[in-house]
Design a protein around this ligand. Structure first.
Ligand code: B12
Ligand code: SF4
Ligand code: SF4
Length: 310
């Protein structure tokens, strides 16, 4: 059997080769305080339409659940940085949040995770693992904090000393013991910049977000019509996702350039929002196909865009 230290060395080598911004390892342990916080968030109704979090709270709290990975003992977490230089002023890319300007992050992160897992299988035959990036009810920020990547900030996101919060996360649960990291310490101090920056009071300061109000959710949800209320709230803001609570965060000042795979796609840089709205449906759909806007659909995106343009 491969030792926890040797597996850890393999994780370091493979995650480095996969050009991850950061990575770390946590033991699979019961999430006691997190369970309490999750239940109180759900009880207060702040999970809104994210009802699957309520239905699958059992897996959310333990990746060794038989429906996820029976016998999981360690969680390997990675992050990739999406901090790329801004596209030109007035471009479509400046009308949407950073995580949807480039290639769909689910695909990009999953590819890196699969390469790490197959490398681990070569080095430690017999190891089983399961990859997740938004694809399973696993609390990615919690495991990332436990794996030492960063802390969960008041804006409800994982903040890292070297990469801020403009990152995307993913992980692998494995049925072997890998030498773990120390959990990261809180770095928010007395700051409340994100709480003050949120235009819809979706952040109250307890590090949990009110999904019912959050513009990120409201702009990406297919089943919530873009009614009069939402249209008014979107005017002059992002048409898909929302970065306001991150832009306010001092840990996101002067970040180094992130992963080249998240460079905004050329139409995001070259086309204005009005030009995009003037395209026929099929052409518009083809353009957003490789971004994560595609799961919401072009019709809804265009409604949002029209509202954002006022
Ligand atoms: C549901 C969801 C949303 C919801 C709810 C957001 C939220 N903060 O929970 C909505 C739709 C609003 C949303 C929006 C966004 N999302 Co989102 N989302 C998720 C998803 C699928 C699940 C998150 C979850 O489980 N929430 C439930 C709550 C209860 O869990 P939690 O926030 O982790 O809370 C626990 C901890 O905070 C912990 N905790 C907090 N403080 C403390 C203190 C102590 C002492 C302890 C012990 C524990 C503790 O306890 C809590 C309860 O257990 C994750 C992917 C995943 N599977 O994890 C992506 C994810 C969180 N989203 C992501 C992104 C990028 C976004 C947006 C930035 C996109 C955008 N630009 O529009 C916005 C940001 C909004 C915001 N301020 O959070 C990234 C975040 C990356 C990062 N750096 O953190 C993730 C991880 C996806 C990914 N794979 O990269 N998202
Ligand atoms: S993403 Fe926007 S709406 Fe949601 S909590 Fe952050 S600032 Fe508020
Ligand atoms: S803005 Fe301030 S309070 Fe909010 S996450 Fe960043 S450091 Fe923490």
């Amino acid at each position: 059997m491969t030792s926890p230290a040797a597996l850890r060395q393999a994780v370091n080598d493979l995650a480095g080769d996969a050009r991850c911004a950061s990575w770390g390892v946590s033991r699979v342990e019961p999430l006691v305080e997190e369970h309490r916080r999750l239940l109180s968030w759900i009880r207060s109704g702040r999970h809104g339409s994210c009802t699957y979090l309520e239905r699958r709270a059992d897996i959310l709290l333990s990746p060794d659940h038989p429906d996820f990975l029976d016998g999981a003992r360690s969680v390997i977490m990675i992050s990739l940085s999406i901090a790329r230089p801004d596209p030109p002023r007035g471009s479509l890319g400046m009308s949407v949040a950073r995580h949807v300007r480039g290639l769909d992050y689910h695909e990009v992160v999953a590819r890196r995770l699969r390469s790490i897992l197959s490398g681990l299988k070569v080095r430690a035959g017999g190891i089983h693992g399961r990859v997740f990036v938004d694809t399973a009810p696993v609390m990615e920020k919690v495991w990332a904090q436990r794996a030492g990547l960063g802390w969960i900030g008041r804006n409800g996101l994982l903040v890292q000393p070297a990469h801020g919060s403009f990152t995307v996360l993913g992980g692998i649960a494995v049925d072997a013991e890998v030498e773990p990291d120390q959990p990261a310490e809180d770095g928010c101090g007395d700051c409340r910049a994100c709480v003050e920056a949120c235009p819809v009071a979706a952040i109250s300061g307890d590090r949990l977000v009110d999904v019912r109000a959050c513009l990120s959710r409201l702009t990406s949800e297919q089943d919530v019509p873009c009614g009069v209320d939402l249209s008014a709230r979107l005017a002059g803001r992002s048409a898909f996702g929302c970065d306001l609570c991150q832009e306010a965060c001092p840990h996101n000042d002067s970040l180094p350039d992130g992963d080249p795979e998240f460079e905004p796609l050329s139409f995001m840089k070259e086309m204005s929002a009005r030009e995009f709205l003037a395209l026929d449906g099929e052409r518009a759909e083809a353009l957003i196909e490789d971004t994560s806007i595609s799961s919401t659909g072009v019709a809804r995106f265009r409604q949002n865009l029209a509202s954002a343009l006022g």
